[in-house]
Unconditional design. Structure first.
Length: 94
């Protein structure tokens, strides 16, 4: 059984207007500007697509939610730039 991983498009694949080159993938309006991963709008679009694919093929679908434990104290103690670095590192490791 194969695994599909949804990934946001690389910045160089975008057409500069918020859309994707060739119209195939979500554009900047669907990406978090800090991390480059799907924001809520991008997630909803991608998840709806995958739900439809699952219904059509009969294959199961999974969802992974991530919570960074004790994140608020990092922002409070070390500032939002440190918090941003933590988020970027979590995204990089995934």
């Amino acid at each position: 059984m194969g695994v599909r991983v949804l990934e946001a498009p690389a910045a160089d694949a975008l057409d500069g207007r918020g859309g994707a080159a060739g119209g195939q993938k979500p554009g900047l309006a669907h990406l978090d500007p800090l991390t480059g991963i799907f924001n809520r709008r991008g997630f909803e679009l991608a998840f709806t697509t995958e739900q439809n694919r699952s219904r059509r093929t009969g294959r199961p679908i999974g969802l992974l939610l991530i919570d960074i434990d004790n994140f608020k104290p990092i922002n409070d103690s070390h500032g939002h730039q440190a918090g941003d670095r933590v988020i970027l590192e979590v995204v990089r490791r995934m």
